[in-house]
Design a binder for this molecule. Structure first.
Ligand code: NAD
Length: 497
């Protein structure tokens, strides 16, 4: 073999080995992205269409937002993994540094949730995985070597919810750009202004540091039409939607592959082997978080009859306030519009949006009760057909229903979860119960003996994302969710033994 060939093979092997090492992935990237933007474009951006420049990601026209993201994707490719890593670092640092201002802005615009938790949800963007997640896979054998790499799609079209607008957007940017894509957002109309503020700030910083503009774009005044235009745009290769049943259905009808982070209505089952104090504390922590806006949040509890009084006593001891039946009736009348069924059919309850994500004091007023300042959660005993059990209510109120045994607890939980396959929670130390519930509910997240957020790495093991792909099965989204797996093989060669 000639020395030229040997050198070539050595270089290729070195490259393959360095790519296989997650720790060295950034170091292996080409040094194409400048530490500071110095491309000589006079602030107009490199190689871009002039009309798409200087907007820092914020567009009134959906087609322009998609075209600009596509240009940025091509620039990002040139920047290599180093540019992706830099952008991820910028987004994480800025989400943290702006958490107070942006949390306040989002609360002022949406008027749902709690300021302390809006701030925290931005600080924890740090926990969203980045480029380190993309480790190639390799095989070697008698017939040579194979390398499978996680490569980008291009532009991802994303839809964000009103419940966590900037956090979802920021976490999505980290995942999607770490994987080498650009992204265009059609945000929730009632949380679009704050989202645009964050997108503009991210783009200004990213442009300053890397010379790439519009790697995350946003449609300033989103509508159903802009959603349709975004989905139809040829540069948009896949969709990521985070929201309720309407947007999941709409995304699946587009004909493009959609990663859908859909609705939930997480049930909690508590049995007589659980530590009731620990269960009560965890339930309060999860159900009160951001006034119960989390899709993973505890929405209804089924507890064994013989421990229900004990559980409710522990809930009160730990600061939750119990409503009696007339207070519950008053709150239900205010929080739902109930349409009686026709001809003996089932009645239908629609959640009153004025109560979604509101403070416990607002709910207490509707219930006709005074509660101590700082109360995090209200609760009451209900039957299993109560609207607070059946509907995804997103309020700091929790219904508790008695069940006779594990079979009934599991059956009621299944019914309440509506087959969303999103999240279920159990408090138990009985191995049979833990296994039975997990198998029966078949949910994407299943949390044992902890609050819901433990399922996203907050007080439990795992990693964070604000988009949990439930009906389409990708699970807690991460950079790999937004990649195409591509394989290359070398036949009969390149093995080093
Ligand atoms: P929503 O369904 O009202 O809105 C979500 C997004 O979808 C918004 O941007 C909205 O404008 C858009 N949208 C709604 N219907 C649409 C349609 N027919 N066509 C196109 N776009 C449409 O939800 P929300 O109230 O903002 O958020 C709460 C919901 O999102 C809950 O159901 C919650 O469980 C779910 N959620 C799920 C996750 C997850 O990771 N699985 C995360 C957060 C929220």
């Amino acid at each position: 073999m000639s020395s030229l060939n040997e050198n070539l093979i050595r270089d290729v092997v070195t490259e393959v080995l360095s790519r296989l090492s997650g720790a060295t992935i950034a170091a292996a990237a080409p040094a194409a992205a400048p530490a500071k933007h110095d491309c000589g474009c006079g602030g107009k951006g490199a190689n871009g269409t002039p009309g798409l420049r200087g907007k820092y990601g914020v567009f009134s026209d959906a087609n322009e937002a998609c075209a600009a993201a596509h240009e940025a994707y091509l620039q990002l490719q040139k920047g290599g993994i180093a540019a992706r890593a830099k952008i991820v670092e910028i987004v994480k640092n800025m989400a943290d540094a702006n958490s107070e201002a942006w949390g306040r802005l989002e609360l002022e615009e949406t008027k749902i949730g709690r300021l302390d938790h809006k701030i925290e949800k931005l600080k924890i963007i740090r926990l969203v995985p980045g480029v380190e997640w993309l480790r190639p896979d390799a095989r070697s054998g008698d017939h040579g070597i194979m390398l499978e790499e996680y490569t980008p799609f291009g532009v991802v079209g994303a839809v964000t919810p009103s419940t966590h607008s900037i956090p979802t957007l920021s976490g999505n940017i980290v995942n999607i750009i770490a994987a080498g894509n650009a992204v265009v957002f059609n945000p929730h109309p009632s949380a679009a202004r704050c989202a645009a503020v964050a997108v503009r700030a991210y783009n200004e910083a990213i442009f300053r540091e890397t010379g790439i503009e519009n790697v995350a774009t946003i449609i300033e005044r989103p509508s159903m039409d802009s959603f349709a235009a975004m989905c139809k745009h040829e540069a948009v290769r896949i969709l990521l939607v985070t929201g309720g049943p309407g947007v999941v259905k709409a995304a699946m009808l587009t004909g493009k592959r959609a990663i859908c982070a859909g609705p939930g209505n997480p049930p909690v089952y508590v049995d007589d082997t659980a530590c009731l104090k620990r269960a009560a504390k965890a339930i309060i922590q999860g159900a009160s978080y951001d006034n119960n806006l989390l899709c993973i949040g505890e929405k209804e509890v089924f507890s064994l009859d013989k421990i229900t009084d004990g559980l409710m006593a522990q809930m009160e001891l730990n600061g939750a306030v119990r409503l009696n039946s007339s207070q519950l009736d008053a709150l239900t009348k205010a929080a739902f519009t109930i349409t009686p069924g026709q001809g003996g059919g089932c009645s239908h309850a629609a959640v009153n949006k004025d109560f979604i994500g509101k403070d416990p004091s607002v709910l207490a007023k509707a219930a006709g009760i005074n509660i101590p300042a700082g109360t995090q959660l209200l609760f009451a005993e209900t039957d299993a057909q109560h609207p607070f059990v059946v509907e995804e209510q997103m309020m700091p109120f929790l219904p508790i229903t008695r069940v006779r045994n594990l079979e009934e607890g599991v059956a009621r939980s299944l019914e309440a979860e509506h087959g969303y396959k999103h999240t279920s929670i159990i408090h138990s130390n009985d191995l049979d119960a833990l296994t039975t519930m997990g198998r029966a509910l078949d949910t994407t997240l299943y949390i044992k003996n902890g609050p819901c957020m433990a399922g996203l790495g907050l007080g439990g093991e795992g990693y964070l994302s604000f988009s949990i792909a439930t009906p389409t099965g990708e699970g807690v989204s991460n950079p790999r969710t937004f990649t195409r797996v591509r394989r290359c093989v070398m036949v009969d060669n390149l093995r080093i033994y």
